[in-house]
Ligand binder design. Structure first.
Ligand SMILES: [Mg+2]
Length: 219
């Protein structure tokens, strides 16, 4: 089994990106989020525009993230669990590399694979890029999270998805098992996609057992 896990609001208790945009975003960045929900922009293009509205230095942003971010209980144990069983764990996030790496490093957690946005700082601005993104802001019509599902499928593996937001849904619905909270849980219910709710990563560990998905784990 492979695991794909969202970052903001899933690994962290609160959504780091939203907090950062609320504190440092300029202009009507919320509009770009709604443009994604309304299908007018791809997920990556929406986030690129939102993050590029931020006016702050890298140092300011890292201080903000340091002060305002906590990790959901059980995540460190969950990473160890996956590593001990050789289960690939990929963090797939439309958030940004610099704060994701900083948060995980501070918590002493090393992640085998991270697929996310890249931020380059220059002239007091952020310049954002996403992997495999075409000039039209689309990559074969699917987003970074869905591409991660497709790639892991090539290895013919069962995939579990862990997430909390609307943007997780297109990828989550392609997976075999879904752990959902918050908006992703609502979206799964609306669309009759089965999921297990979770508050922390101990729930996810229990859930994997309930799914009987991990050889040697179930009684
Ligand atoms: Mg999220």
């Amino acid at each position: 089994m492979s695991i794909i896990c969202d970052f903001d609001g899933t690994i962290t208790n609160d959504d780091v990106a939203v907090a950062m945009l609320t504190a440092f975003g300029t202009g009507d960045w919320v509009r770009w989020y709604h443009a994604y929900l309304d299908g007018e922009l791809s997920l990556e293009e929406s986030l690129k525009r939102q993050f590029e509205s931020v006016r702050a230095t890298k140092r300011q942003l890292l201080e903000f993230v340091h002060t305002n971010t906590t990790i959901r209980p059980g995540f460190a144990e969950f990473v160890e669990f996956c590593q001990a069983r050789g289960m690939p764990l990929v963090i797939a996030s439309v958030g940004l590399d610099f704060y994701i790496r900083a948060v995980l490093k501070e918590a002493g957690i090393s992640i085998p694979e991270l697929v996310c946005g890249n931020a380059r700082f220059s002239g007091g601005r952020l310049h954002i890029s996403y992997p495999d993104l075409g000039r039209d802001g689309l990559a074969a019509g699917i987003d970074l999270k869905e591409r991660t599902v497709e790639r892991l499928r090539e290895g013919d593996r069962t995939i579990a998805y862990i997430g909390d937001g609307f943007p997780d849904f297109p990828a989550a619905r392609r997976c075999d098992f879904v752990f959902a909270r918050h908006n992703l849980a609502d979206k799964c219910r609306e669309n009759e996609v089965g999921y297990l709710p979770f508050d922390d990563f101990y729930d996810v560990l229990d859930g994997l057992e309930r799914f009987n998905a991990v050889p040697g784990l179930a009684q």
